[in-house]
Design a protein around this ligand. Structure first.
Ligand code: ZN
Ligand code: ZN
Ligand code: FE
Length: 759
């Protein structure tokens, strides 16, 4: 018997699942295998990346470990499974073409232009100098250009741009950072910029850019094609053009987001801490809500009456080009649509639907396959609070605490997103919009089909809000096709949503505070304390019902809500109160009759409406031009919420009675106390109220975990004060970190609740 010193040679097949396509995973596997001296092959399949490697057993082992730990930055490995296969010998390592088939891979979100690409982009000797479509394995469009899986160039909207010889070489060279990067292009083979201006000839490439730049400097409004749709763009320092845009867009006072040329330019207009800087400059580049600097060189019309500014940094090469000549350092960058309508994605649609809004169109011939709005994020106590989860986040899945049946949850009617789920994953869609027009419904259907295609989820169950008049619910019923449609109560879904993203098991004390949600008794709920888990809920406390006069009219007129609250609390309409002064005599008389005779009044326990009432009583906002305006302005006045005292609520049984709080507000306001102090006392009073309520439930139920959800918690002052107070009282606080607390997060909650029922 001879002793051999040949090491043991083995071959194994690794299946890697997760976000592993479109993120440079095959090139990474190739380099790793070469480094470890392994032969074999790697390919994309619909089930994930499959790598077969052969070599020394210890090297194959190391491969199995490092394929997870050393994965590329944009990858998210979910599972790695190994199976031994017969040895085949050979020394080569091959990258195979993708194969279709059953299974599931996860698609990467779009990624902001990376530092390596920017270095080439600004290097005059580079062949991609100033190329508006520069991208690589680590950056560029993904979700918005993928038409089907597996992810390969022919399955993207780059299919019509065959690679030139130079790009082909990079694509095929394992040592190149564009090895197998699907969206790559160059000036020789890539898409072309074009500027369309009514009455003028279309300009291309650098001419298009120069003309676009000139227009911006001259105070024009441009429609600019981005990753997930068109933006309307103008000089943010120019009050006249921003006001014009506001008028054309029919936008009321709702704030516009801005794009700053770079971090320095952003620092000149807003305060930015370390967490915010990381978010602004990271791979996702969302809009970050920042505290505006006094004297910032931003026109008042950008965000009238708002202490915050939504700021983002350039995230496509084209954005960088908009800032590279002397001109505005801060641009308004708002979704290219009319208020409420879905974002425009095609060049044709842009010219028709945005005619009358834009003066010129800076577009290109790389199609956007699926719309994706900018994401909006806030930092609260150094932790992310998502306000809109879209570009850079969608369609990244959420791993669920409970496995779910293949299901589609259709979300709510405002700020709609929907959610597909199957097994351990949920895919929350990008922002769709308000479901009140046909265009949005059509956008919903398209996005839903696309996400089904990408995820392979074939819903067996549909889930909707219980509101019988919700269009989302009606859509589900219309398209159920024999499948069950399960209704989930609005505030239960809110709480379940935050539980799911924390992967929490068991019951919690849930505070669901929002503007409007259909209650099980038919009333308009919104100030709810629920004892809840995925399977069900018990309403343990709620704001006392007051009449919401005239439905939407009551929402749009916070002064009327203030007067309704005063009347319900047995407080007189003192003529010196700002809410009374804000109304003409006729409005007061009409309102009195309406409330007395209960004409078109719906009972509501809405916390959002209580914020409206206090905002108006404090003289801050009497008429609301956009959602939550009164609450946002009230919050903005709080400079410090400590040491100023607080207002008390009364709690009797299940009812939270704001009467003592309102009486104190009236006393303060009539006594000349400023709105900032009133606001601070109100916020602090709410935080203390929540501790009182949570304490009561804890005493009876022994529960120690509190969950916060609902649109009211976009309020940083409240969220922060509440977390501090509850944590101080020994509670564990679950608050939204990955999924918005607003109705944009509703679908995830619906999904897990319905799955809970299905079990
Ligand atoms: Zn790059
Ligand atoms: Zn090329
Ligand atoms: Fe809600």
């Amino acid at each position: 018997m001879s002793i051999t010193n040949e090491p043991e040679r083995v071959r194994g097949r690794f299946l890697v699942t997760g976000v592993v396509q479109g993120v440079g995973f095959r090139p990474f596997v190739y380099s790793l295998a070469r480094e470890l001296g392994l032969s074999g092959q790697v390919g994309n399949t619909a089930a994930g990346v499959i790598a077969e490697v052969e070599g020394a057993a210890v090297a194959v082992d190391a491969f199995g470990h490092r394929v997870r730990t050393d994965a590329p930055p944009l990858a998210a490995v979910a599972t790695v499974t190994f199976e031994p296969v017969p040895s085949r010998g050979g020394t080569e390592f091959a990258i195979l073409d993708s194969t279709a088939g059953p299974g599931r891979t996860l698609v990467s979100p779009d990624v902001a232009t990376c530092a390596d690409c920017l270095a080439e982009f600004t290097d005059p000797s580079d062949r991609r100098y100033r190329h508006p479509f520069i991208s690589c394995t680590n950056c560029g469009p993904r979700f918005t250009i993928i038409t089907e899986l597996p992810y390969d160039r022919p399955a993207t909207t780059m299919a019509d741009f065959p690679l030139c010889p130079d790009c082909t070489r990079e694509y095929a060279d394992p040592a190149d950072r564009r090895f197998h990067a699907q969206p790559i292009a160059c000036p020789a083979c890539g898409p072309r910029l074009q500027l369309v201006q009514p009455g003028l000839e279309t300009a291309y490439d650098e001419d298009a850019l120069a003309a676009a730049h000139g227009l911006l400097v001259d105070g024009a409004i441009l429609a600019v094609k981005g990753l997930g749709g068109f933006h309307l763009v103008c000089d943010a320092g120019d009050q006249a053009v921003v006001s014009t845009l506001r008028k054309r867009k029919d936008r009321g006072d709702k704030p516009f987001a801005v794009m700053a040329a770079d971090l320095d330019a952003a620092r000149r207009i807003a305060w930015i801490d370390a967490a915010e800087e990381e978010l602004l400059t990271g791979s996702r580049h969302p809009i970050v809500l920042l505290r505006r600097r006094t004297g910032a060189a931003v026109a008042e019309a950008v965000a009238p009456g708002n202490p915050d500014l939504g700021v983002m940094l350039p995230y496509t090469p084209l954005h960088h080009l908009l800032f590279d000549q002397p001109g505005p350092c801060v641009l308004v960058m708002t979704s290219g649509n009319l208020s409420g309508e879905p974002i425009v994605t095609t060049d044709d649609e842009a010219v028709t639907r945005l005619s009358g809004l834009a003066d010129a169109w800076l577009g290109h011939d790389r199609p956007i396959h699926v719309p994706c709005d900018d994401s909006v994020v806030r930092i609260v106590d150094a932790v992310e609070l998502p306000v809109r989860r879209s570009r850079g986040y969608a369609p990244f899945p959420i791993d669920l605490p409970v496995p779910v049946l293949p299901a589609l949850a259709v979300g709510g009617d405002l700020k709609n997103t929907f959610c597909l789920g199957d097994g351990q994953y949920a895919w929350l869609s990008a922002h769709v919009g308000d479901m009140d027009d046909l265009a949005t419904l059509q956008a919903f259907e398209r996005a839903e089909r696309h996400l089904e295609d990408l995820t392979g989820v074939r819903p067996e169950v549909l889930v909707a809000d219980k509101h019988p008049a919700y269009r989302s619910r009606q859509w589900a019923e219309l398209h159920a096709d024999g499948r069950p449609v399960i209704g989930v109560q609005h505030h239960h879904a809110h709480i379940a949503s935050v539980l799911a993203e924390h992967r929490h098991q068991g019951r919690v004390i849930g505070f669901a505070f929002d503007g409007t949600g259909y209650g099980d008794d038919g009333a308009v709920w919104g100030g709810e304390v629920l004892l809840a888990d995925y399977a069900g809920f018990e309403r343990v406390a709620h704001l006392k019902y007051v009449p919401l006069p005239g439905g939407d009219a009551g929402v749009r007129n916070p002064c009327r809500m203030a007067l309704s609250h005063l009347r319900a609390a047995g407080l007189p309409w003192h003529p010196d109160l700002p809410s009374v002064r804000a109304c003409a005599r006729a409005e007061l008389e009409l309102l009195a009759v309406q409330l007395d005779r209960d004409i078109a009044c719906a009972p509501t326990s809405s916390m959002g409406r209580l914020f409206d009432a206090v905002s108006s009583l404090a003289g801050v906002c009497h008429r609301s031009g956009y959602e939550a305006q009164a609450a946002i302005e009230l919050e903005g006045l709080v400079s410090s919420d400590r040491g100023l005292g607080r207002y008390e609520f009364a709690v009797t049984g299940e009812e939270i009675d704001p009467a003592p709080m309102l009486a104190a507000v009236v006393r303060d306001v009539l006594g000349g106390v400023g709105p900032g102090v009133v606001s601070a006392r109100f916020h602090q009073g709410l935080a203390e109220l929540m501790v009182t309520l949570a304490d009561r439930v804890r005493a009876v139920q022994g529960l120690n975990t509190v969950a916060l959800s609902g649109g009211v918690f976009v309020n940083t002052v409240l969220l922060s004060a509440t977390t501090r107070a509850l944590t101080g009282a020994g509670f564990t606080v679950l608050r939204p970190r990955r999924v918005p607390p607003t109705d944009a997060g509703l679908a995830l909650g619906q999904l897990v609740v319905a799955a809970g029922l299905a079990r």
